[in-house]
Structures are given as structure tokens and as C-alpha cells.
Design a protein. Structure first.
Length: 196
């Protein structure tokens, strides 16, 4: 009886003090767009690939690694959703993950990992020095950490944004982790339409 009275009394207060929903992350435009420097890393077929090799198509870049327990697979799954939401326009965009764990992410392993999300996805890997140099241009940071309470040798803490470059290699937008895929697809559509 007492509990019932307390619950009834509290019910109206829930509406008064309900927390304001946190707005979903949104893409941020790079203004003005920035021409990104070229780089070369190994792809999943053990061939050296340059950023400039991908000109002619827009590009989504993510920095992650195959042993990542959560954020990386979710981000690549979002890439798959974005590509589907773009429909035919999805063929005008390349999707790439650059490994921040080159000592474990061999070209073969990384290639198989990204292709599990979509056969067209590109995985690039290289030495820590090479990737750090590339990352500086995008504001990417990463470091190895020994996790507590797990058998993993190490995890890699890393920046979890996605970076959108247009077909000319200019950095147009950055998307925080958990930006809704519909929002990403809408932004990409606008940029692709402006280029035609």
C-alpha cells in the first residue's frame, strides 16, 4: 500500500524532470575544404596503394584495427548501411579503413576483415610511423594500452571519427562516431550533387 502511494506520487514528477534527449552527433563541414596530402600504404592484396589512386570517386576513411572489440566493427557496419542508403550513388564512394595496429594487421588479415562488411571495402596498413604521419593531417591520435582484466596483449585507443573526401581528394566533412547513417548519407548526397 505504501509503495503504491509512493509510485503514484512520483509519477507526475517524472515528466517535470525528464532529462532533455541528447542530440545525435552530426557531420561537420571542413570550411574551406582541404586538399589532403598523398600517401602510400599496403592494401589487402599486398600492393602499394596511394590515396591519389582513388581519385575520381569520393572516399570515406576510418582509422581502426581488426582486434578492436566494439567501435571499429560498429563503424564499418555503419559504412555498409551508408552505402546501401546511398543506393546507386554508393558506387561513387570508396570506403576505407586504415589500420592503427600495423604490427598485427597484416594486409591479408585487414583485407579479409573489411571485405566481411562489403566486398568493395578497402583496408590499408603500414608501419606505425607511416600511419602516425598520415593521421596528423586528419587530427587522428592512437596509442597502445594494456587492458586490465583481459587476456588481450593490448588494445589501441584511437580517434573514432570518419573522414569524407570528395573525388578530387579534398577533405569535405568529418563525422563523429554514432552519427546516424541517414544523416551521413544525406550529407554525402549533397556534396556529390554539388559536384555535378
Amino acid at each position: 500500500m505504501c509503495c503504491a502511494l509512493i509510485l503514484t506520487a512520483c509519477a507526475p514528477l517524472e515528466g517535470l524532470f525528464a532529462p532533455t534527449p541528447t542530440p545525435a552527433p552530426q557531420g561537420v563541414a571542413i570550411d574551406p575544404p582541404r586538399q589532403m596530402p598523398d600517401f602510400t600504404l599496403l592494401n589487402g592484396d599486398f600492393q602499394r596503394m596511394k590515396l591519389s589512386d582513388l581519385r575520381g570517386k569520393a572516399l570515406m576513411i576510418y582509422f581502426g584495427y581488426t582486434h578492436c572489440p566494439d567501435v571499429c566493427p560498429l563503424s564499418l557496419a555503419d559504412f555498409s548501411k551508408v552505402k546501401k542508403e546511398l543506393g546507386e550513388l554508393g558506387n561513387q564512394v570508396n570506403f576505407m579503413m586504415i589500420s592503427v595496429d600495423g604490427s598485427r594487421d597484416t594486409p591479408e588479415l585487414l583485407g579479409a576483415y573489411v571485405r566481411a562488411f562489403d566486398q568493395s571495402f578497402i583496408g590499408l596498413t603500414g608501419s606505425e610511423t607511416e600511419v602516425r604521419q598520415i593521421g596528423i593531417n586528419y587530427g587522428v591520435h592512437f596509442e597502445k594500452q594494456k587492458p586490465i582484466g583481459t587476456a588481450a596483449a593490448y588494445l589501441v585507443a584511437h580517434t573514432s571519427y570518419s573522414y569524407f573526401l570528395d573525388a578530387e581528394g579534398k577533405w569535405q566533412m568529418v563525422f563523429p562516431y554514432k552519427t546516424p547513417t541517414a544523416s551521413i548519407a544525406a550529407d554525402i548526397r549533397k556534396i556529390l550533387a554539388a559536384k555535378h
